[in-house]
Design a protein around this ligand. Structure first.
Ligand SMILES: [Zn+2]
Ligand SMILES: [Zn+2]
Length: 327
């Protein structure tokens, strides 16, 4: 049985970052919450959230503070705070979890509609703006002179070989989205910042799993170590070819409406994704937030076949994702 003095010592150690002390305090709180509760304010101030049981017996004010912190948290910290709230004042915890549950349900629907509520309840758009057509051009007809950015309007939005190679299959990676600052395509999307947005994909492996990449803002992009090689990415000896076509910026689509994944002429920059299968919006591999839809590049336009390559970005983290769907 711990004395008041023992509890006080544990609290001091917890506040100093001693994880063993947190475990011991959690055990104490679990068996006799009333003995730890008087110390909750200090524990919260010190950010001691590693064991939710510490907050058993929390009063309404303490729980309200934990809820407030959870609303502003993310990642590991959020998980820990949810544990803390779950253990805290039952009425207030139930109210908070009901609200979070609602937000989660709402989130599924709003993300499919191109926006979401952030943890603080503000709107975040998951689209870049109204859609523009992306028009196919034969690769042979578009090669820009070496060392140029592709002419006055920039390189093709889709399809330029990158010089980097796929670590899974060895094929040259291609730009699935190429938006130099000031290019016509960047301007069309209202991107006025200095970043060169660039997303990579593999002509072969993108058909089998999502491909994640990161760009440096000045024209470079790289394969991300977060990529998980699929168990199957095609027979080993077959004839995959580089994309025969590039996609260049076309006119604004009627009323800014989105592209079509099904028909030639359906490729689009901006707008909403037209999913062939279920919506599959990826999360940013670096920050975990839902990524922003950038473009859809139809197989009908790219290789005269079916399927569609969907490109997503996180402009804050400078990450990109490309995923493929077919019927
Ligand atoms: Zn590959
Ligand atoms: Zn991110």
């Amino acid at each position: 049985m711990l004395t008041e003095e023992n509890i006080e010592d544990l609290v001091v150690q917890c506040c100093a970052g001693d994880e063993d002390a947190v475990r011991e305090l959690a055990d104490a709180a679990a068996s006799d919450p009333g003995r730890v509760a008087p110390h909750h304010a200090r524990l919260i101030a010190a950010g001691v959230f590693g064991r939710g049981e510490v907050y058993r017996g929390a009063d309404e004010a303490t729980t309200g503070e934990l809820v407030r912190l959870a609303d502003a948290a993310d990642g590991v910290a959020l998980g820990e705070l949810l544990d803390c709230v779950a253990n805290a004042h039952p009425v207030d915890a139930e109210r908070a979890f009901r609200r979070w549950q609602l937000a989660e349900d709402v989130g599924v629907h709003t993300r499919d509609a191109g926006w979401e509520l952030t943890p603080s309840g503000t709107r975040r758009d998951l689209l870049l703006g109204p859609a523009f057509a992306l028009l196919p051009v034969d690769a042979e007809d578009i090669e820009a002179p070496e060392g140029t950015a592709g002419g006055p309007d920039g390189p093709p939005v889709f399809g330029t070989p990158s010089g980097e190679h796929c670590p899974w299959c060895g094929m040259e990676l291609h730009a699935a989205l190429d938006l130099p600052p000031g290019s016509a395509a960047a301007r069309a999307l209202g991107l006025t910042g200095p970043d060169h947005v660039r997303v990579l994909c593999c002509p072969r492996c993108t058909d089998f799993d999502i491909i994640l990449s990161a760009y440096d803002g000045s024209g470079g992009a790289r394969w991300l170590e977060h990529n998980v090689r699929p168990s199957f990415n095609g027979p080993t000896l077959d004839g995959w070819d580089p994309y025969p076509t590039r996609l260049v910026l076309g006119p604004a689509r009627p009323d800014g409406g989105s592209g079509s994944a099904w028909h030639d002429g359906g490729s689009a920059l901006g707008g909403h994704p037209d999913w062939i299968q279920d919506p599959d919006r990826p999360d940013c591999p670096l920050c975990g937030r839902a990524m922003v839809f950038a473009s859809m590049n139809g197989g009908a336009d790219l290789w005269g076949g079916e399927g569609c390559l969907y490109v997503f970005v996180d402009l804050d983290c400078r990450t990109g994702a490309v995923l493929y769907q077919q019927s």
